[in-house]
Design a protein around this ligand. Sequence first.
Ligand code: CO
Length: 189
Amino acid sequence: MLLMKDIIDDHHPLIREISQPVKMPICQEDEQLLLDMHEFLVNSQDEEMSEKYHLRPAVGIAAVQVGVLKRMCAIHVLSYDDDGNVSKADDYALVNPKIVSYTEKGSYLKDGEGCLSVNDDVEGLVPRHAKVTVKGYDVLTHKNVTIVARGYLSICLQHELDHFDGKLFYDRINKENPKAPIPNAMVIE
Ligand code: CO
């Protein structure tokens, strides 16, 4: 299983490299890595496992973050109802995902973003598209998928896909005024 020691941080030169498309059909080694990345996310959000293995809770991870320059990422986003029960789970292990369309309207997370590869808290608003449509191949279902994502999931996907191009969330923060209001954007709690 993947552990924190397997994850590179933003001082590592690979984090700024461009990831390459995965040749399809996906080989077993790549598929296993992607499944391990997804499992890491599930473990990281499990109280017992995260404590035992000192995992930082995360909702997304890109292959470059474990040092592999391939366009693959995993997502594990749980939504909760008012009673604190899981009401929805968005799980993906994506190969060659690509944004095929997006809204001009923006969105941003109210408290900014974080990243497994960024050890310090970086304050500031990260402008994103409010809605994106992502196409890719999902190894959890062995199907080509079209994901129409809004809200938190949309932001997670855009964050992970940025990693493929060597981009980190703080690159998008306004340098002069990190908390400057972002026009025409929805706030995501
Ligand atoms: Co990240």
